[in-house]
Design a protein around this ligand. Structure first.
Ligand code: PNS
Length: 158
């Protein structure tokens, strides 16, 4: 049983994230999308909203959604996962991801970090860029699932 954790902030989930989830779902027996409860960041969407949106777009039975706080490696061990999945876009992601992967390995040598590349059309996407473009009136159609776009629109009008 190969269980992978796909951790992140997912504020909100993008088509780039979904692409990584789909790839992970093909490789692992179970994937847990794990949202970090980060009290320092000021997110656009509450934890509950982010979880709901991910559940709405999740079409795989063996992909679950969960939240965690504290160290990722502690959470991964508690879930009996062997792998942490991270998506890598451009080379610029690599340095930070390498730091995290090596620190996580030092903290918990039994866990392996696996980097995955999303489809090229999503390789420039980030949740923060999408929020900025949307807030300034740009189109984000095709970059996030429809349900996310709708939620963003209602957030703006509300
Ligand atoms: O989507 P993000 O914001 O790039 O995800 C970052 C995340 C949640 C994977 C990272 O911040 C994390 O694992 N935080 C949990 C705390 C932790 O374990 N810190 C040490 C990392 S080496």
């Amino acid at each position: 049983m190969r269980r992978a954790i796909y951790p992140g902030t997912f504020d909100p989930i993008t088509n780039g994230h979904l692409d990584i989830i789909e790839r992970s779902a093909r490789v692992f027996d179970e994937v847990i999308i794990a949202l970090l409860m980060n009290i320092e960041k000021k997110p656009m969407f509450s934890m509950q909203e982010r979880v709901e949106m991910i559940r709405q777009v999740n079409r795989w039975k063996h992909v679950k959604v969960d939240t965690f706080q504290g160290l990722l490696v502690h959470y991964a061990v508690s879930q009996k996962a062997q792998v942490i999945v991270r998506g890598i876009r451009a080379v610029s992601d690599y340095e930070y991801e390498l730091q995290m992967a090596l620190m996580n390995r030092r903290l918990e040598p039994s866990l392996e970090t696996v980097f995955m590349m999303s489809a090229e059309e999503y390789s420039h996407l980030s949740s923060s860029l999408i929020k900025e473009v949307f807030m300034l009136g740009g189109s984000i159609t095709g970059l996030v699932p429809q349900v996310v776009e709708e939620r963003m629109r209602s957030k703006l009008s509300g």
